[in-house]
Design a protein around this ligand. Sequence first.
Ligand code: NDP
Ligand code: HSE
Length: 440
Amino acid sequence: MSSYPPVKIGLLGLGTVGGGVTHVLARNAEEISRRAGREILISHAAARNLDSTTARTAGIKLTGEALEVVNDPDISIIVELLGGYEPARSLVLRALANGKHVVTANKALIAKHGNEIFAAAQAAGTMVGFEAAVAGGIPIIKAIREGLAGNRLEWVAGIINGTANFILTEMRDKGRDFPDVLAEAQALGYAEADPTFDVEGIDAAHKLTILASIAFGIPLQFDKVYIEGISRITREDVAYAEQLGYRIKHLGIARRDERGAQLRVHPTLIPQRQLLASVSGVMNAVLVRGDAVGQSLFYGAGAGAEPTASAVVADIIDVVRTLTVDPDNRVPHLAFQPDALSDLPVLPMTEVETCYYLRLQAVDRSGVLADVTRILADRDISIEAVLQKEPPPGARDVPIILLTYRVREQRMNEAIAAIEALDSIHAPVVRIRMEHLNSD
Ligand code: NDP
Ligand code: HSE
């Protein structure tokens, strides 16, 4: 074994992930030091609840003052597991200014303040690891940044929020109610401190921001992501999609073409035969299309204490292994050299082309479907399938479901406005985007 002294870690936060990291580092200490070339010890931790039995058992010095850990001169690596924008941002910037390396699982922090944080790290010659920020235990950052570095990446599409996928799976498979499943996801430690981040797509948008940057070599631009969550998905839409051979998944999609980059997070119909359709519960999966490799699928646990700890500990080991490497020769944070990021524009959602699922509540009389199809035809929108259901007992409206071929969102917005203006249509049109995720 090496003669180097142990590397000391300062841990900020002893919640779900902090607890997981403490356990994994202790349980696998011997193998980890054989991999890293040195022993790795958590010597100092900050938490609000100082009764943490995890820390006490592991003999870690505990404080309620996170800044104390960040300023501890014996510590080489700060592991930030508090979550949120502040005080995480200030603490991370202070740690970097103090010459410490940082590992974080905080996607909100990286998506919103990553450009500033990576610039600070570059100036200080230190590293910031953030593998756990995207797709929990799946090593997707390393795969894209290093394993696929020879490719021009064309698109990335993934199920990147475990809580949302868990909710959609339980609603479809067991007919359970939304609030009930969300409460279970919270109890299992999957959900964010504010679970609306999971349900309304904000957490997935944070992750997509990071994926798009490392895939396309563009700065982090969270504010330009189109975001729609799962809170308006009904059991009827889930069932109708199934009858048409599709499944509704909450996807993050980053795609680029000659016009620019699309960054979008929304419920999406995908064909049942597509591998992503079989990804259930808290599992995540990211499908990447590169010009050389073709499609590659990365699958694994998207949330939870130990799967996330797996990614955090891998980053810690990476940092320890490269402590002596000249900063200019390290893998760049955003995969591309910092002075080689491109200014590819992010397209507004109205410019995005996709297929659509539309559900209409229409008066049950002849001619209604003809009016609707005329509106679509007038705008060159082709229909792939139509499903007209019997009205529920006692109801006077019938649900009509239409699947369309690809069309620009702006044109679909105009068509939906015209359909909603018909006196035979009684409720806002439900629109869910649809992707086939073929090899193009
Ligand atoms: P938790 O809420 O379980 O843990 C956060 C911990 O930080 C809590 O113990 C909290 O204390 C403590 N804390 C918060 N603010 C402070 C502060 N100012 N000073 C000291 N302690 C503080 O969150 P998670 O462990 O689930 O998440 C941590 C990070 O990991 C987040 O960024 C999250 O997005 C990310 N992540 C989480 C995953 C998961 O599956 N849970 C997966 C991937 C990433 P208290 O409890 O007293 O408030
Ligand atoms: N709340 C997140 C999720 C944690 O459910 O995916 C993992 O990032």
